[in-house]
Design a protein around this ligand. Structure first.
Ligand code: GLY
Length: 568
């Protein structure tokens, strides 16, 4: 390993002569790094799914950047060091609050290509072909991430080339991979072989192991085109040509026009009150903000603190709120440019009180009796929480949808394409890869954004920064954010506990409660007695939290992954 470091430092010194004050080789060593799960910082903090990405975000702020600079640099670094979900071939949402209180919601969600159509994943007998919406070229929506980064740039301070250079260096000279990454790459090898015809950096003859160096030369070249030509370095020219050529190799439908026409949308944030705190979250095309508002407001009039953390009474109430909110998701939510989402009604006190009218604290309400209210008027995603010394808050959730997205790498360009088309309702009532069902509101249409569950959120206390929070996890995202906020506000937990305590999830259909393996056995048994079907499942969410208090930033990175905090 020593030899590798030495030769890397030699390379890094070449980089030094080209770029003033390089981060890679100076403050961030891609060959030696550790996870930092919980830490208190004085001025700035970044929490993300990978130690190197968090460290790069913190180092960018040391160089004079703010939270928005860090947001750009951290996302780009994640696209290199966390290929399972970090991306330039996917999309995301950025929610920001500037130090002066201005709120920003950037929607760079993927879009359905112009050649897509409502029934494109149905066979001639009308059966849904989820293999096509979940894997390979046809599963990809038009990527939004690079457009989103350039839409973030006006809020940042440093030149873009300084923000992208760490990612270029990581791709060009490599970094050592973690045990988890090695395992994930090995587990995905068959899918990579199946959905690629060109050679790709993620496949090698032997198995990956912790400490191996992953070099991504083609990705480095793509990032350089973006550095030199801006968004056009992705949406036009050589990168666009490579994407279209890849589409042609695998019957995909994304065209040059789709790429050229992609734009990020500015959205109006959702904001509501919960027990005196102001919660700010993301509006449609995410369902996340509305679900979070519905669930918090449905439980608000009950004394959760008195019930006790994960008591039968407390969990049962929260499950019933989750059930009702997700029933509304299936019926009412979709891209607001194509479907009138009754946001105001869905979040109103009167409506939510009606939704809880049939709530019975002694037993489960079967989902078959819970329909959407009358409101007429995947599991790899990744989250970054950032705070800077000026008080700017940034919460970003970004995604390829499933782990390693469509499994298709753009030949010659070195990045994975998303499989976000599966987030549409490909046929009414047919569950997507997260088991979520939908209908007309989220049907496929050319140019439409598929409904998301991503819930990047901010919490203010007395109108001042209090929490930056979010998580990956497909449809479990809103429930994980819901439970993390309740853990902190109602149960007074530290960010570390709030993030790491076991979680549960109900999404209306299927009518089952999912719990992590460490969920309290007595509570589980108590709920079973009340008629709930309880199912153990793998980890739920990977929450990243920054809590502000006493002039300090308490950062907590979820123990469920390689997640890590950095700051100073
Ligand atoms: N692909 C996961 C989500 O957007 O909800």
């Amino acid at each position: 390993m020593k030899k590798v470091v030495l030769s890397f430092l030699l390379l890094a010194s070449v980089v030094t002569s080209v770029h003033a004050q390089p981060i890679i080789g100076k403050t961030v060593d891609p060959f030696h790094y550790n996870e930092q799960k919980t830490e208190t910082f004085g001025k700035v903090a970044v929490v993300s799914a990978h130690p190197l990405a968090s460290m790069i975000g913190a180092a960018i702020m040391k160089k004079g950047g703010n939270a928005f600079d860090a947001a750009i640099a951290t996302q780009l670094a994640l696209a290199v060091v966390y290929p399972g979900a970090g991306n330039i071939g996917g999309g995301g949402f950025l929610l920001g609050r500037k130090q002066n209180g201005d709120l920003i919601a950037l929607d760079y969600r993927e879009k359905a290509p112009a050649k897509s159509s409502r029934d494109m994943y149905l066979d001639k007998n009308g059966n849904a072909q989820t293999n096509l919406s979940q894997n390979g070229h046809l599963a990809a929506g038009v990527p939004g991430t690079i457009s989103g980064l350039f839409a973030t740039l006006p809020y940042a301070k440093l030149p873009f080339k300084e923000l992208i250079q760490p990612a270029i260096d990581l791709a060009e000279y490599g970094f050592v991979i973690t045990e988890r990454e090695a395992m994930n790459l090995n587990n995905t090898k068959d899918a990579f072989l199946k959905y690629n015809t060109q050679s790709i950096a993620f496949i090698k003859n032997t198995s990956w192991k912790a400490g191996d160096t992953l070099v991504q030369k083609e990705l480095a070249e793509t990032l350089k085109r973006i550095r030199d030509n801006g968004a056009k370095g992705f949406y036009e020219g050589k990168t666009a040509e490579l994407i279209v050529a890849e589409m042609q190799r695998g019957n995909g439908v994304i065209t040059k026009e789709d790429l050229k026409n992609y734009t990020t949308r500015s959205r109006k944030v959702l904001s509501f009150n919960y027990r005196g705190y102001t919660i700010i979250s993301f509006p449609p095309p995410s369902s996340g903000g509305i679900l979070l508002a519905q669930m918090l407001k449905m439980v608000e009039k009950y004394p959760l603190t008195q019930y006790g953390f994960q008591s039968v009474k407390g969990v049962q109430l929260m499950i019933e709120a989750e059930r009702r909110a997700y029933a509304d998701r299936a019926e009412h939510m979709g891209d607001p440019d194509y479907w009138k989402v009754p946001v105001k009604t869905l979040m109103s006190d009167g409506y939510l009180a009606k939704r809880m009218k049939d709530y019975d604290p002694s037993k489960a309400t079967p989902s078959s009796t819970v329909k959407a209210g009358n409101a007429k008027e995947s599991e790899e995603t990744t989250h970054i929480s950032i705070m800077d010394a000026q008080g700017n808050m940034v919460s970003i959730t970004t995604t390829l949808n499933g782990s390693y997205g469509s499994h298709t790498v753009v030949g010659g360009a070195g990045f994975l394409l998303n499989n976000e088309m599966d987030d549409f309702s490909i046929k009414p009532g047919v569950p997507n890869m997260y088991g979520a069902v939908g209908g007309e509101a989220n049907a496929i249409a050319p140019g439409k954004r598929m409904l998301s569950s991503m819930t990047p959120s901010l919490v203010l206390k007395n109108n001042k920064p209090f929490l930056v929070v979010g998580t990956p996890g497909g449809t479990t995202i809103p429930t994980s954010v819901f439970q993390t906020i309740v853990n902190i506000i109602d149960y007074g937990m530290t960010p570390e506990d709030a993030v790491n305590k076991p979680k549960f999830h109900h999404q209306w259909l299927p009518d089952e409660v999912y719990v992590e393996k460490t969920f309290d056995a007595a509570t589980k048994a108590g709920l079973e007695k009340m008629g709930y079907t309880m199912k153990e499942r793998a980890a739920i969410g990977r929450v990243e939290v920054i809590k502000v208090g006493n002039n300090q930033l308490q950062a907590a990175a979820d123990k469920r992954g390689d997640d890590s905090a950095a700051g100073w």
